[in-house]
Ligand binder design. Structure first.
Ligand code: GLN
Length: 449
């Protein structure tokens, strides 16, 4: 009988494999079949067919032979990995022609941790070139097509990762988030995207260009799966399972989140979520983060400056910069401009100061509640090719960038739809409060089930 792999979450698949109800080889075969069937979604730059099947077979054999795997939380579970995370012996391109032949010698720390937990890398996912973008249309390997509407974008820059989970091609995926790149595609694809606290997950071996913001994040169908993957990546084994109970907690809504631009559907979902939380016994309080509207320009000045600096190292090794796409070039140019001459003080240092204000305001807002609620993105996914103005694309990140500047953890959970496309809501937590925000996410998702 053909198993219905899309019925499994990572938690239930890991349990079924450990209990010898599902063979890891059969599960892997199903996921690989799904990737093949959906090839037009363009979620993967490289599928690790042979390695993944070999590994699944070996694990299956060991389980049958009675080997004990008590410490392996992800035994036999396939994980899709964004292509800016180094995988030993497997091409890692950052979706750039510049790195199309780069094969790292070593695994990134997160890959080592996944493997130690028994997970199997199923393939490397499509992304915006060097992780700059919000639509996954700046990939040298072509756009990702949203699994729920093939004419729409999947969001970016971790578009292939979010969309592979949405399409049922992998139960879990890794992304990276500098200014929204896990949360925004999660919202567009209707999955859960967690950006952990800055520094919570070791980023050795991630080809990141903005070291002061970039963070590996998780994509999954449920908040329980996000917690499982996060605990493996961060080594935080003490995190209790989620119970979805939120009675008595306090959630803050900043008035700037209410004022900021958003589509009618997103506005309705946001109000509806506030109502649902109240009905579940949550105290809703109004707070304020007046620097909210400065978040996006501040993010762009700082991230471009950092990227330009980091990129020098890449270019030393791979000087053929004619191979770069336009958006990467624009960011480098911005980075050079904002740090040049008197702009250094006027723009770069000023942005660094504004960052401290933003951080202080978010911390202050969070001092009178347990978490903040906002939309993830101002709209649902747009049609492929529909966003021709880079400025308009950068606008996608207004709810996300300030959170990255402040280094706070945040999760996007699917909550309602507009024009048939998923809407995401963002729950922002105090530092290291990943479990708490995922628990609120679980409560919200249960409320709309
Ligand atoms: N969309 C944002 C940008 O284009 C976020 C990128 C990211 O988080 N890597 O910069």
């Amino acid at each position: 009988m053909r198993m219905n792999i899309s019925d499994y979450t990572a938690v239930s698949l890991a349990a079924a494999i450990a209990n010898v109800e599902v063979s890891p080889f059969d599960a892997m075969t199903e996921y690989l079949g799904k990737i093949r069937d959906d090839i037009l979604l363009n979620n993967f730059i490289n599928v690790c067919v042979d390695q993944a099947l070999d590994e699944a077979e070996r694990i299956g054999r060991d389980i049958k032979n009675g080997k004990r795997f008590d410490d392996k939380k992800l035994l036999g579970v396939p994980v899709a990995v964004k292509d800016n995370i180094c995988t030993a012996g497997v091409q890692t391109t950052c979706a750039s022609r510049l790195l199309s032949k780069f094969v790292p010698d070593d695994d990134a720390e997160v890959i080592s941790r996944l493997k130690r937990a028994g997970a199997i890398i199923i393939g490397k996912t499509n992304m915006d070139e060097f992780a700059f973008g919000s639509a996954n249309e700046y990939s040298a390997f072509g756009s990702v097509r949203n699994a729920l509407d093939n004419n729409c974008v999947a969001g970016g820059s971790s578009g292939g990762s979010a969309n592979s989970v949405a399409a049922g091609e992998a139960p879990l995926a890794l992304g990276t988030d500098t200014g929204g790149s896990v949360r925004q595609p999660a919202a567009f694809c209707g999955v859960v995207g967690l950006k952990p606290t800055y520094g919570a997950i070791n980023s050795r071996g991630v080809i990141g260009l903005c070291p002061s913001m970039e963070q590996v994040g998780t994509l999954s169908k449920t908040c329980d799966d996000a917690l499982l993957l996060f605990s493996v990546l961060s080594g935080r084994d003490e995190l209790r399972a989620l119970d979805g109970s939120v009675r008595g907690i306090t959630v803050g809504v900043a008035k700037e989140f209410l004022q900021a631009e958003k589509s009618d559907g997103v506005a309705r979902a946001f109000e509806n979520a506030i109502g649902q939380l109240k009905a579940l016994g949550v105290n809703i309080v109004e707070v304020s983060v007046p620097s909210f509207f400065a978040g996006l320009p501040t993010y762009h000045v700082l991230s471009s400056a950092e990227a330009m600096h980091s990129f020098r190292k890449v270019v030393d090794a791979y000087p053929d910069t004619v191979l770069l796409g336009d958006e990467v070039k624009r960011r480098m140019l911005t980075g050079a401009t904002v740090t040049d001459g008197e702009n250094y003080d006027k723009l770069y240092i000023k942005a660094a100061k504004v960052r401290t204000v933003i951080t202080a305001e978010y911390d202050k807002a969070l001092s009178c509640c347990d978490a903040l609620l906002s939309p993830t993105a101002a709209t649902v996914a747009s049609p492929i090719g529909g966003m021709t103005d880079p400025q308009q694309e950068h606008m996608c990140d207004s709810y996300l960038a300030p959170v990255s500047l402040a280094g706070l953890p945040a999760v996007s959970v699917p909550f309602g739809k507009e024009n048939g496309l998923p809407i995401g809501l963002q729950i922002i937590g105090k530092r290291n409060a990943e479990r708490e925000i995922l628990n609120i996410g679980k409560a919200l998702m249960n409320a709309v089930r």
